[in-house]
Design a protein around this ligand. Sequence first.
Ligand SMILES: [Fe+2]
Length: 551
Amino acid sequence: MAEDKPLKCRSMVGWYDPRVLAHSAYKLVIANIFGRHSDTRLIEALASQPQNEFDYSSAQGDFWFDYAADIGDGWNSTYAIADAIARPELMLEINGQPQQTEAGRVLIFGGDAVYPYPTRNEYDVRTETPYRMAFAGRSHPDVFAIPGNHDWYDSLVAFSRLFCRPERGFAGCVTRQTRSYFALKLPANWWLLAIDLQLGADLDEPQVQYFQKVAARMDDAARLIFCVPEPRWILEDAYPSHASYEELSSTRFLEEKVFKRKARVFLTGDLHFYKRHENAEGIQKITSGGGGAFLHPTHAPDTRQLRNGFEQRAAYPDEKTSRSLAWRNLLFPFINPKSGWLYAFLYAMSAWLASASLEASDVIDVRTALAAAMNAAIRDPLNGMWLVSIVGGFIFFTDTHLRSWRILGGACHAVLHLAAAFMVGWLALLLTVQVFDLAYGSIAQLLFSGLITFVLGGPVGAFILGVYLFASIRIFGRHGNEAFSSLRIQDFKQWLRLRIDAAGVLAIHAIAIDRVPRRWRAAQRDGKATMEANDERATAPRLIDRIEIRP
Ligand SMILES: [Fe+2]
């Protein structure tokens, strides 16, 4: 039963809730100002114990480990993945045959461990509680994590408390790292190097020195897996003019100057889907961001052939599914009801300013009313500044790789809203004067028409935004983030289960849950409180891709 859920379990983050928008913007600005001027990685490096690589190389038999990224959103998606990861054994159909996989000895979180922004409470409720319940009464892996951009929004304070204090641990699991980056020495001379690139910045000097020391302990046959916070191989294609997305700056520096060899595998999250890219040398670049956060589209932008020579070998969910999900933007006001508050305010304010110089005789005819409103916009400085800031805001919001398109797209979007605000405001005037017979300009008439504009403005504005997002992704392949964060899709979640066998072969299994449970019931496992799925429509974890990398 739904009411069996723990009291504090959260639904998916409503990114268009004005409170979330305002708070995220505030955190982002603060992090960009202070994070960039006072690098927490440097303070951490000065204050913490020296950190070596963490050695798992002597593990006997097959060595299993799990990789999940972009966790810590709604309960259903986050807990579904946590529970699947924590099961001691998981049967998968591989090449038509059922095969057993085992829970990892190590669990790596690849960035963005919480949404929408990091606080102790959000990490507790959205991240640690689901994992604590999933591991209750089961064996616990060692947990490691690198931060993503969302973890950096408080300059890493809450992240460090959770993952970089070995005496504390995470969800009852052992944590060992004392910095936001780490190296694991795995069996068969595989090394996993997890890199922190701050908010799209570069490597810091202590981090480079750390990896230099690790590199000095590698022999010539060492094989590298890089964990990075974002798939710059995809982002540099989508945003060619964005300097910080240039992939080569930091990872190639590490390959050429520090480790003096190429990494065989790259793992990352940040984009909330599964995609695997491969080049002619067999190097794998895997984006696996399905640990709990809302789904991103796989059909836009087109990443089938990247400019760096990598080709897409697998994508989940498939492009057809992704394309059809985008239609849900037409239901934007219902999926994001709180977004209406913002538009209600914007529309009511715009209509109020536009009607300030309207005479009673202007009201009846829409063209006369429009002319009077435009006249007021030009002659009244406050009115003009309001309109300019609205147009500026929409231009800022527009996602495109060309500035001219940004200005054109943003201005069209703004004009659409202003036209809608005018129409809603004019209808409200007409209603109050003609239907309710209130005297134009009377306090009752002004308040009543303001109220009508406010009430209608919310859903109308939200619907126009939904149409804009749908058209942007459908026609131009842009606004992938905004047009899918709006949908708050909790399904199509996935993670990676990796195995190094005795021959040194690294097998990577991408495992997905197409539909996560919506209902849960309280249960006991070994005397510990946990939750069990109670939803027949939920689907079991299944294999969506598998690759073997030979030594
Ligand atoms: Fe993310």
